[in-house]
Ligand binder design. Structure first.
Ligand SMILES: C[S@@+](CC[C@H](N)C(=O)[O-])C[C@H]1O[C@@H](n2cnc3c(N)ncnc32)[C@H](O)[C@@H]1O
Length: 464
């Protein structure tokens, strides 16, 4: 390295680039509602932050966003001022300090002095005394200590305890407890899994790439999907098959639900498949390959033209697939025509919280009610698109009972009232390689049990 390229020696009081990036991430998420997982990688690239600094910025930024609710409760206990009255950027600095003290192994004196330096660089010297004093109080306990001080005992109020200890809004803890039948050990494991980053999983697209090619590029076989491979580290864009589109980045749960839909036996023709909510096209790519292997064709649709274009890019050069931009609630395709239909509805994303650090604090219970009507309409039209004897796969990346079994029940009842009958197919039996699935007919995957997103799958056979 030439002398000109040598990193500038930091003066005491400078903010280091990793902490600065983490602060700018928090500000972007708060002020512009940015998605952290899009903003941070771009910022790190533009600023030339790599290696250990990038890893530190990611752990600091994402960890702080995930645990925001818990850190705010701790910070509120450490100051006489209401947090609403604290300058928002200073509050972001305090949250970063809290995460270093309570969620990372940063030694307390380094966490406090580096955060005070960050505050000085970002906002000027005035609030540094306040930040210093608050963080010294935060440092008085570790997270277990603060949990003992501020949360009720687990036996007394498990929802409030777990919400604090694992940094989730109470309504999400309740929703998980509802689906996990009040098994608090399971609920705790599910919440804890949301705080661990997901591995990068790839899918080899049938007919375009073999899993062996991904293994040869350094990936390891995933556990349940014969097309899946886990990248131990590094950039998936560096894998040739991903660059060419022969493979894609896709959670193993997403692969499994598409595979179950394709594997279920049906009577009669198996020639025309529909993916009515296809953008950006991960499941469509898998389905198109499987359809082609048995001489079938896939129509893939998305209401958003730019999402439909992404599906088009993903399926480019796949002769078995056609893509349209269309609203699947008022479909342009004929009714009672398709042999297999996938409807992978827009949802709250409560099953993928580990991937979106800020999402749990952005979502609210009213979102579930708002989405329910659209999800039910989409499943209703999917049922009508299937021919009698055809199969419908209802998929959502949320374990919330309203978005999963609730939608299935309501859409089936509505279709039945119009003389369109459906039968539930045991989807669990179609994934015999996956352990720990509860009794069917629905499949509910979980990060803490399966290492996948919490995908839900219902399979319906149209009977008339
Ligand atoms: C969960 S995503 C689908 C993910 C996709 N199946 C994949 O595996 O890549 C839901 C998609 O539904 C689309 N969508 C929402 N409302 C729709 C509608 N009325 N008709 C068709 N697509 C819709 C959204 O634009 C979004 O791309």
């Amino acid at each position: 390295m030439g002398a000109g390229n040598r990193p500038r020696r930091r003066r005491a009081g400078d903010a280091d680039p990793a902490r600065r990036a983490a602060l700018d991430l928090l500000v972007g998420v708060r002020e512009r509602e940015a998605y952290a997982n899009l903003l941070l990688p771009r910022m790190l690239r533009e600023r030339g932050i790599g290696g250990r600094d990038a890893a530190f910025a990611t752990e600091l930024g994402y960890g702080t966003l995930r645990a925001r609710g818990t850190y705010d409760a701790v910070l509120a206990a450490c100051t006489d001022r209401a947090l609403a009255g604290v300058d928002p950027e200073v509050l972001d600095v305090l949250r970063l300090g809290a995460h270093q003290l309570l969620g990372m192994r940063t030694p307390p004196h380094a966490a406090v002095s580096a955060t005070v330096a960050l505050c000085r660089a970002a906002t000027g010297p005035r609030p540094t005394g306040f930040v210093n004093a608050v963080l010294r109080r935060v440092a008085a306990h570790d997270l277990d200590g603060w949990t003992a001080c501020l949360a009720p005992a687990v036996e007394e109020d498990p929802v409030a305890y777990l919400a604090f200890r694992h940094a989730h809004p109470a309504w999400i803890v309740r929703a998980f407890a509802d689906v996990l039948d009040g098994d608090w050990g399971q609920v705790e494991a599910a919440l804890a899994a949301d705080n661990s980053p997901a591995a990068v999983t790839l899918a080899a697209r049938p007919g375009r790439c073999s899993r062996e090619a991904l293994l040869a590029a350094g990936a390891e076989p995933s556990r349940w999907s014969p097309y899946g491979a886990v990248l131990p580290g590094g950039d998936p864009g560096a894998v040739e098959a991903v660059r060419t589109g022969a493979a894609g980045v896709q959670d193993e749960g997403s692969q499994l639900v598409a595979l179950a839909l394709a594997a279920a036996p049906i009577h009669g023709a198996d020639e025309l498949w529909l993916d009515s909510c296809a953008g950006p096209g991960g499941k469509a790519a898998l389905l198109a390959g499987l359809a082609a292997e048995r001489g079938a064709r896939l129509l893939a649709a998305d209401v958003a033209p730019h999402r439909a274009r992404l599906v088009g890019d993903t399926l480019e050069g796949v002769p078995a697939a056609r893509v349209v931009a269309a609203d699947a609630t008022v479909p342009p395709w004929p009714a009672a025509r398709f042999d297999r239909v996938l409807v992978d509805v827009p949802c709250s994303g409560l099953g993928a919280l580990r991937r979106r650090p800020e999402a749990r604090w952005r979502r609210e219970p009213a979102d579930i009610g708002r989405l329910f009507g659209l999800q039910t309409a989409l499943l209703d039209r999917a049922i009508r698109a299937a021919r009698p004897g055809g199969l419908i796969g209802y998929v959502t990346c949320s374990p919330h009972r309203t978005e999963s079994a609730g939608v299935v029940h309501t859409a089936r009842t509505g279709a039945d009232a119009d003389g369109i009958g459906t039968e539930l197919v045991d989807a669990v039996a179609l994934l015999p390689q996956v352990p720990d699935l509860a009794a069917g007919p629905f499949v509910q995957l979980w990060p803490h049990r399966h290492g996948t997103d919490a995908m839900f799958l219902a399979l319906l056979l149209r009977t008339r």
